[in-house]
Design a protein around this ligand. Structure first.
Ligand SMILES: *Cc1c(COP(=O)(O)O)cnc(C)c1O
Length: 360
């Protein structure tokens, strides 16, 4: 069976070495040495000032909305994983969808201004598939209207924008270290922000609001992560350069071999150094996409329709029209991409798609 993705596993002994240390210390969670080591290694690697390691990428978004005290309407993208929208609703805010740019699959920055009302407090955009949003344009609109900006950068480990980590943009960026992401800690996530005071507050908030053993700075939640998760993170992080290089070479191979009038690829935003997190293919019609899925499934290859359906179809929200997103999400497919994916399997995927599209 060939899935769309497989988690990267480091050599077991490298993980066990960290676990042995945890057993020796008997320190399992609560700001332990491995959590601190992971945070500091990631800060150095990504060149970010403030990074807080959390339980997952969904709580990261919720914490960002909470610390900024957002209310009312939050402008967001309909093309993302459900956690982007559900976090807005979970925090009692109202998601307002702005349609996407068909070329990049990210929120169309030029349409944001028209969606702003007197209830709008923020923009929450996803850098979809690891490709940067129109960051400068979004910030310019936000500044003009006094809005906060949060980026769901769950796909963006090691993506850069204009020469620095993409996590440095917006008031807060969030990411996920879930097992299926480019860099993972089994479950995990993080928030990033340039403002030290805001980072300090999120530091209290992730630990029940404690700012001392018997003191509470503000209302908090339990969003801290454990030594075991950090151990996996550190073991995976030792291989990050190979992980990124492999994904890039696999992606370039697909790009080269999959040229067809029935297929296009996402356009990487100017200024973005892409991390090759996913390999999305946009077919000329949903019919062609369904035919390719059927033929691939027959050979036990299981690509995924990321992201389908459009989030504007969520049953707990009133329908808002997003025709471009509805169209793209009906035609987009992510092909298998993971560290141990063999070239021969890529060749098979390519051959099946080419044959299906040529009607053979
Ligand atoms: C994976 C993902 C999340 C959620 O992250 P978890 O760590 O699984 O909670 C949020 N947004 C996007 C775009 C994602 O792909």
């Amino acid at each position: 069976m060939i899935p769309v993705t497989k988690p990267f596993l480091p050599p077991k002994e490298q993980y066990i070495k960290f676990v042995d240390d945890i057993f020796a210390r008997n320190w399992l969670t609560n700001n332990g040495p491995l959590v601190n080591k992971l945070e500091s290694e990631l800060r150095d690697y990504l060149q970010v000032n403030n990074l807080l390691y959390l339980t997952n990428g969904t709580v990261a978004i919720q914490l960002a909305i909470k610390v900024l005290d957002l209310q009312g309407e939050i402008i967001t993208t309909p093309f993302s994983y459900v956690a982007t929208t559900s976090s807005i609703a979970w925090e009692q805010c109202h998601p307002v969808f702005v349609d996407i740019d068909a070329a990049t699959c990210n929120i169309d920055a030029s349409r944001i201004e028209a969606a702003i009302t007197d209830k709008t407090t923020a923009i929450l955009a996803t850098h979809c598939f690891g490709n940067a949003c129109e960051i400068d344009q979004i910030q310019e609109v936000a500044d003009r209207h006094g809005l906060r900006v949060i980026y769901d950068a769950a796909h963006c480990f090691a993506t850069n924008y204009k020469g620095q980590s993409i996590f440095n943009y917006g008031d807060i960026s969030t990411t996920s270290f879930h097992a299926t992401k480019v860099f993972h800690t089994t479950e995990g996530g993080a928030v990033f922000c340039r403002d030290k005071a805001l980072a300090d507050r999120m530091g209290f908030m992730r630990n029940f609001g404690h700012d001392g053993p018997e003191r509470f700075a503000e209302v908090g939640i339990n969003a801290k992560n454990s030594e075991f998760h950090a151990a996996m993170g550190l073991a995976v992080f030792n291989h990050i350069e190979e992980i990124l290089a492999r994904r890039k070479s696999q992606s370039l191979y697909y790009l080269d071999k999959l040229k067809s009038p029935d297929i296009r690829f996402i356009e990487i935003t100017e200024g973005c150094t892409f991390n090759y997190a996913y390999f999305p293919v946009i077919f000329s019609s949903e019919g062609k996409l369904l035919q390719c899925i059927e033929q691939l499934n027959r050979r036990r290859i299981f690509p995924r329709r990321y992201f389908y359906p459009s989030l504007s179809d969520l049953p707990y929200l009133e329908k808002q029209p997003t025709p471009i997103c509805d169209d793209i999400s009906s035609r987009v497919l992510c092909l298998p991409l993971y560290h141990t994916l063999a070239r021969e399997v890529q060749d098979l995927v390519i051959e099946i798609i080419r044959e299906t599209l040529s009607g053979e």
